[in-house]
Design a protein around this ligand. Structure first.
Ligand code: 3YE
Length: 205
């Protein structure tokens, strides 16, 4: 099984879904470490409840983005981590870090990319008046929310939706596709090619 680290900044509901889906011997992923850039968040408790080692690496303790990323890289290497999931992790990763972990970092974004990139996806979807939105799990490239897509799920926008009601509905879909995407990548069924595109590999039995 592949050792996976999950990076969080908050409540860790996607973390919970990843933990739940990777217990049991049929999973190709083993969640071996949870790192938060914020102390005291609910996600850390969820990890501890699941007996997963946790670390707080506070970005405010570092002079630059690169130094913060280096500290994360060190923690990952020390723990023999092979894949990284960004699960509500709210930091932009530097080019150096992203290039080193090319094809090994997954992020979940609450829209059908390439629509509504950035931190206000639901607000922008509501403002645009789309009747369908959704979520995307993608490989992390240096350009934020622009890496190759692994999984997506469409979610209807209901009349009267607010950011809260819409995000709640989309979150349920995130909790389905993030575990699926992690399984696809850790099993080798999907990988990132040199050209930055995702490749579906034929299963050899
Ligand atoms: N980094 C790269 N590429 C990606 N990080 C994430 C996805 C992704 C990535 O595809 N290179 C909004 C966060 C964006 C923002 O501006 N954050 C600030 C800090 C704000 C805070 O600490 O609350 C910043 O300077 O990083 C994960 C999702 C990032 C979402």
């Amino acid at each position: 099984r592949k050792l996976v680290a999950v990076l969080i900044s908050g409540s860790g509901t996607n973390l919970e879904a990843l933990i739940r889906s990777s217990v049991g011997p049929s999973s190709s992923a083993y969640i071996a470490l949870v790192i938060s850039n914020k102390d005291g968040v609910e996600g850390l408790k969820k990890a501890q409840d699941a007996k997963i080692p946790t670390m707080v690496i506070d970005h405010k303790q570092f002079r630059s983005r690169e130094e913060f990323d280096d500290a994360i890289d060190k923690a990952l290497c020390k723990n023999h981590i092979e894949f990284v999931c960004l699960a509500g992790f709210m930091r932009i990763l530097s080019g150096k870090f992203v290039n080193k972990w090319q094809g090994k970092i997954l992020n979940v974004h609450p829209s059908l990319l390439p629509s509504f990139k950035g931190a206000n996806a639901h607000k922008e979807a509501l403002a645009a008046g789309v009747r369908v939105t959704g979520c995307t799990v993608h490989f992390v490239a240096e350009e934020v929310d622009a890496g190759a897509i692994i999984c997506q799920e469409a979610v209807p926008v209901e009349f009267g939706d607010t950011v809260e009601t819409l995000s709640e509905r989309v979150k349920k879909a995130e909790h389905r596709i993030f575990p699926r995407a992690l399984q696809l990548v850790t099993s080798g069924e999907v990988s990132l090619q040199e050209d930055g595109r995702a490749c579906w590999n034929v299963k050899k039995w």
